[in-house]
Design a protein around this ligand. Structure first.
Ligand code: 3IO
Length: 340
């Protein structure tokens, strides 16, 4: 054979190989997905993220590989939803309370309706989402949802009465801020990751959220008092870019679909256990005092919350939502999961 024909066979071979590799990206390694989260890695939204990542990688037998970005390194608390819609991250975890007007239906889980813990809250929220399929999520694929445990007051000063809380600047967002307002506190809205600095600088004298943050953000160091209110939960959603979702193979989609309610339950159980651990840790390491309201006092606090739900129903009914039905559903789902 002539030198030139050997050469041209070589060129053709290389061209064919190049075409083959370019045409089959699946053979180039696993499908890579980015997952953005806003708070620091040790906190519960990121713990559930790492668990979801591991489960997906295991259940797809390595077909999918997920890169996690905790601490707002890819998207922050308030641009999470829009960042995922735009494709800045493939997946994002968001707290719906930070955009209360945007997620009206699902934020109804932070009305004072007596959700007793994170497991029940998470299952109720998932069912509510499945029933109503709110328009707010039409541009994304919802992978899972969950809630925190009920909120309690963590503060630098002891709060035992409605007089004690009057005018006190306390950090909260969304539905939880409405509760503080009803108690005549001075709610200051900001996402959780900004709270350590606000507490340090004295911009706020406390916060209103689930108690696992006493340990995970070390708030116990600054807030030596907890007032037990067991009030509203904060709802969260994990969403995926719609084009990215549509590009995934069917078997991968099935794994993620199956994980939806399981991840909600897993996160609920993790949160409820972690709250207990955090309270014990805070007492032991910082001598945190846990204040229980007297029965008479508790009755007054509860009474002040009564108008909130009816006002919400009126408000959203004006916006074309079946407010009364949503409230009834949350109550019924709560009873079912709480075994009442
Ligand atoms: C929360 C948000 C980020 C990390 C840990 C957390 N524990 C409870 C919340 C709820 C929340 O979003 C908030 O702002 O209180």
């Amino acid at each position: 054979m002539k030198k030139t024909s050997i050469l041209s066979i070589g060129v053709i071979l290389i061209a064919l190989l190049t075409l083959f590799w370019a045409g089959t990206p699946a053979n180039a390694g696993p499908i890579k997905l980015s997952y953005a989260n806003f708070p620091p890695a040790p906190t519960f939204p990121c713990v559930q993220m790492e668990r979801w990542k591991k489960e997906v990688e295991r259940r797809t037998k390595g077909k999918v590989s997920i890169d996690t970005f905790p601490g707002g390194t890819l998207l922050g608390a308030k641009n999470m939803m829009d960042g995922v819609i735009a494709g800045t991250a493939d997946i994002g975890n968001l707290c719906m309370a930070y955009q209360p007007g945007r997620f009206l239906v699902t934020n109804a889980t932070s009305l004072p309706l007596g959700i007793p813990n994170s497991l029940v809250g998470s299952l109720v929220l998932w069912d509510l989402y499945k029933k109503y399929r709110p328009k707010a999520f039409s541009k994304v694929k919802v992978l899972t949802m969950f809630t925190t445990a009920p909120s309690n007051i963590m503060s630098k000063i002891p709060i035992k009465t409605l007089e004690d809380i009057r005018g006190v600047p306390i950090r909260a967002s969304g539905g939880a801020a409405q509760i503080l307002k009803a108690w005549n506190a001075n709610p200051v809205g900001m996402p959780m990751p900004q709270t350590p600095e606000a507490l340090q600088k004295g911009v706020v004298k406390g916060l209103f959220s689930s108690l696992e943050v006493m340990k995970d953000f070390k708030f116990a160091e600054l807030c030596r008092y907890v007032t037990v209110t067991d009030a509203v939960v904060y709802p969260f959603a994990v969403v995926m870019n719609m084009d990215k979702w549509n590009s995934l193979p069917k078997d991968v989609q099935e794994v993620m679909e199956g994980l939806g309610p399981q991840q909600a339950a897993w996160t609920g159980v993790y949160m409820d256990n972690h709250v207990e651990e955090s309270i014990a840790w805070s007492k032991k390491n910082y001598g945190v005092e846990v204040i229980k309201l007297s029965a008479a006092e508790k009755a007054s606090w509860d009474r002040m919350l009564e108008p909130i739900t009816n006002n919400w129903v009126k408000d959203v009914s004006g916006k074309g939502l079946p407010g009364a039905q949503i409230v009834e559903d949350i109550r019924a789902f709560t009873k079912m999961y709480a075994g009442q």
